[in-house]
Design a protein. Structure first.
Ligand code: C2E
Ligand code: MG
Ligand code: MG
Ligand code: MG
Length: 287
């Protein structure tokens, strides 16, 4: 028998999921998480961690990527890889995404006030959120509310966003460009977008996916791909950041091919905002 499981009120509307006996354990967990996610914002269960993006030539932190954390009251921390797709399906990635942007801008403003006024904040925006009609006006409101300088906000989108409505994408990218907001293409190399096609879009930087970096000194083909991405990006005047750098020898390979902006556990894991000051003090001299 099929019966509706009451979830919660979101935006004043009741949300239901249908539960059928015999559903897999995975699906049961998904539904539990879905139910909890609908209350997570209200219960203050989200926080942002920040991972430094380093310029390995200047040896300083140039930016920070904001990464969402969810602490479920019973289960504990759950990976965004698991819960973000559920939040997207429920549509609640929209209010969650707004919370992320507002919190990141508030934190950015605080860091700048503390003297780290060259530091940019890079925020992941899900395809659903980016595609929403009011994404840009809402973002402008958040920038006004938080008084964070838009030139220091960057937005990370993935190839799944790029592959959808090209017209809409191009319009929004131009609006963001007018606001001085750089757009980074995350997880580059795992999807299908080509560099020649990117040339037509105002994308400022590619973030080479961790899977390529992991293969440095292991797989010569993957190394060749990294080299090609870096060379082509350079000729198109697009920036490059290498993600997931864990080892010294991965970093030196990247330096040899002129890829200096890196992010990874070699330097730092993502850490809570509260502990950022300590990390920054050891790296950058505040102005
Ligand atoms: P992403 O945007 O590509 O973020 C990088 C992920 O790689 C982070 O995982 C980070 O902790 C991890 N990472 C960084 N350096 C290393 C390394 O050296 N080694 C290894 N093994 N991992 C490394 P995290 O925080 O679990 O996030 C996973 C994904 O979830 C993100 O991938 C992004 O797609 C999504 N996500 C996280 N936060 C947000 C958010 O605020 N909004 C949206 N829409 N998506 C988010
Ligand atoms: Mg990212
Ligand atoms: Mg990535
Ligand atoms: Mg990713």
């Amino acid at each position: 028998a099929e019966h509706a499981m009451y979830l919660a009120k979101s935006n004043g509307k009741n949300a239901y999921l249908f539960y059928q006996s015999g559903m897999s354990e995975n699906l049961t967990r998904t539904m539990e998480l879905a139910q909890s996610l609908l209350r997570a914002l209200r219960l203050n269960e989200f926080s942002l961690n920040y991972q430094p993006i380093i310029n390995s030539k200047a040896n300083n932190i140039v930016g920070l990527e904001a990464l969402l954390r969810w602490k479920h009251s019973k289960i504990g921390f759950i990976s965004p890889v698991e819960f973000i797709p559920i939040a997207e399906n429920l549509g609640i990635i929209i209010p969650i995404g707004e919370w992320i942007l507002r919190t990141a801008c508030t934190h950015g403003k605080q860091l700048h006030a503390n003297g780290y006024d060259n530091m940019y904040i890079s925020v992941n925006v899900s395809a659903k959120q980016f595609e929403e009609k009011n994404f840009v006006p809402k973002l402008i409101n958040i920038l006004n509310e938080t008084n964070f300088n838009s030139h220091y906000l960057k937005i990370e989108i993935t190839e799944s966003t790029v592959m959808k409505d090209l017209e809409d994408l191009a319009t929004k990218l131009r609006q963001l460009e007018d606001l001085g907001i750089d757009v980074l293409l995350d997880d580059f190399g795992t999807g299908y977008s080509s560099l020649s096609y990117l040339r037509k879009l105002p994308i400022s930087t590619l973030k080479i996916d961790r899977s390529f970096i992991q293969d440095i000194h292991i797989d010569a083909d993957q190394e060749a791909i990294i080299r090609t991405i870096v060379t082509m990006a350079k000729s198109l005047r697009i920036g490059v950041i290498a993600e997931g750098v864990e080892l010294e020898n991965q970093m030196s390979f990247l330096q040899d091919i002129d890829c200096f902006d890196i992010q990874g556990f070699l330097y730092s894991k993502p850490i809570p905002f509260e502990t950022l000051n300590e990390l920054l003090q050891n790296w950058n001299v505040p102005s």
